[in-house]
Design a protein around this ligand. Sequence first.
Ligand code: PGA
Length: 251
Amino acid sequence: MPKPRPLVAGNWKMNGSKASAAELGKILQGAGETAGKVDLMVCPPATLILAFAAATRDSPVQIGGQDCHAEPAGAFTGDISAEMLADAGAVAAIVGHSERRTYHKETDAEVRAKARAALRAGLTAIVCIGETREEREAHKTLDVVALQLDGSLPDGATAANVVVAYEPVWAIGTGLTPTPADVADVHGFIRRRLAERFGAEGEGIRILYGGSVKPANAKELMAVAEVNGALVGGASLKADDFLGIAAAYRD
Ligand code: PGA
């Protein structure tokens, strides 16, 4: 299995409006610089997916959703299914983000059901895992990551339909990041575990790092072994910063 092509995905969280089309336009203008070297994805709020998918058609930028319900349709007020995301033009869905695990009490089993739903709808599931500060300080990082990986990833994961995002909870939105050596430890551990469970496909599943990735630290973090790109929150809202992170793969 060849080395996976990197992916830089922007998670806009609950930010953005129709006027954000201008920011997307700037991303599209700059995307050519890294085309063929890194895949770019923007995951806006659901209200913008249809318009963003139309605006990025035939471009190197793909559109993803931020969450999905496990069922394809039904009486679930306020929820959105993976099939609906696909229908609107998304090609991926982020599932298991720590904000969903914390504020919505999502369990690994629920995350796995959502990931399965994404696959059913033909989307790539971007499955997020990561330890809290307390867990890291108690030296439980690898145990937590192992449990979340085993519990959240669906059977039948392949290099094409699943992406893993390692996001230490304490690094999200804080400006803090683990050292490259710590990132290498966790990503190496995830890679071995993926290969054990999914064989050759597990060698090709992309493992993104997420948590306070910025243009200033992207090159160092993206150079770490088994880091196949980034899941970017705050810095993905500004086209210049998002493109500055993708530029880690320019040459
Ligand atoms: P951050 O968020 O880049 O703002 O730290 C990352 C994420 O939550 O995916």
